[in-house]
Design a protein around this ligand. Structure first.
Ligand code: ZN
Length: 378
């Protein structure tokens, strides 16, 4: 709130302020002599000092005020283009016209609205229907995604949530449809805590009789629990050829595998689980762990070391949808035809540059993935 009455001149009060400026106070006849031809003579007469002078000057004042009012009305109703030239040069007019102008001028600014922040669970177009192990990110951007499969599970899902919350880390949970049906409130708690959720089939089987139904039922139960259909899917055991991944791709979901495997489903100690992730972590990578499917005490115990260990190396944690949005495509290399071989780091860079224009070829091919369910994570 400004104290002085004049500085704050919103559009409505502008005309009032303007009247104060242009219409002079009645007892000052002289200054009005010049503005317009019509009343000038009267005004000059009023100086000659006779018995009629008071009457005359009064008439002159009235005439001048009427003139001023006319002038003001004329100025006020002028079309806007006249003011466009110099809003500051015509303060009285600019206050009304100018503010309108300003509104027009600032209108294009909110264009960022046309590119609103995407919904947390949405994924970029390039990732839709793509199989992904890891995401190419901007050099130096040390992002990493922790993922937990097979929940929501009694006890362990909440314990994982507690650890993640303690370190203010967001992660991604790939949930089994029938477990969500049993514990929808737990699925909701994960979502409400700001973590991302993906589907992980209905029954977590390697050889589904109805692969399409496995995906669709899971999508439906997640939608009813969370209010949205997940845009990401992880096939159980990382298997891509039993029909489920194909259906997820058909639905434009991103099919997420992993780049760092904790093997926490094996009888591993917490420190072993942690060291596996720490040794395999790389920027844009995805870690596979489990919050369901059995006892996950050791996973929960390993989690603080994984988080602090990676943070100490400069990593920050993102959800899978966030990671997908962080994908970086290096600009095409210009000196492609030059015969001079770049240095060691340069050649590394050029290799990356060649890789990135496509949604990482390694991720698109299911080559290294197990054909047989060896209970190999996922
Ligand atoms: Zn699984």
């Amino acid at each position: 709130m400004s104290t002085a009455p004049s500085p704050d001149t919103p559009p409505d009060t502008a005309s009032g302020a303007a009247t104060n400026q242009t219409v002079p106070q009645p007892p000052v006849p002289q200054p009005v002599a010049n503005p317009c031809g019509a009343g000038v003579s009267n005004a000059s007469v009023s100086n000659s000092g006779s018995s009629n002078t008071t009457l005359l000057s009064a008439a002159a004042i009235v005439a001048v005020m009427a003139l001023a009012a006319m002038l003001w009305r004329w100025v006020d109703t002028r079309p806007a283009p006249l003011m466009a030239g110099g809003a500051s040069a015509i303060p009285a007019a600019a206050n009304t016209g100018g503010s309108r102008l300003a509104a027009v001028k600032t209108a294009p600014k909110p264009t960022p609205v046309s590119t609103p922040t995407p919904a947390p669970h949405s994924i970029p177009k390039w990732a839709q229907g793509t199989v992904i192990n890891q995401v190419e990110v901007r050099p130096g951007d040390k992002v990493f995604a922790l993922t937990f499969d097979d929940g929501p599970w009694p006890e362990y899902t909440e314990e994982v949530l507690r650890v993640l919350d303690a370190y203010k880390v967001k992660a991604t949970f790939f949930m089994v449809g029938q477990e969500v049906q049993r514990r929808p409130e737990l699925a909701r708690a994960v979502s409400d805590a700001g973590h991302a959720i993906g589907g992980h089939s209905w029954r977590h089987t390697a050889r589904p009789r109805d692969p399409v139904g496995e995906i669709q039922r899971t999508d439906a139960v997640l939608k009813s629990a969370l209010g949205y259909t997940p845009a990401i899917f992880r096939p159980p055991y990382g298997l891509l050829k039993n029909g489920m991944a194909r259906q997820a791709i058909k639905e434009k979901q991103a099919v997420l595998i992993w780049s760092a495997d904790s093997n926490d489903w094996k009888k591993s100690s917490a420190s072993r689980i942690a060291s596996r992730i720490l040794s395999q972590a790389s920027p844009g990578g995805v870690a596979l762990m489990h919050d369901g499917g059995g006892s996950r005490d050791r996973t929960v115990a390993a989690l603080p070391n994984i988080i602090t260990g990676l943070q100490a190396r400069g990593y920050r944690f993102v959800t899978i949808p966030e990671l997908l949005r962080l994908r970086y495509v290096a600009p095409p290399k210009k000196p492609q035809k030059s015969k001079t071989r770049p240095g060691a780091s340069g050649s590394q860079q050029s290799r990356n540059a060649q890789k990135t224009p496509r949604p990482s070829p390694s991720s698109a091919s299911p080559g290294p993935l197990p054909e047989v369910p060896v209970r190999a994570g996922g």
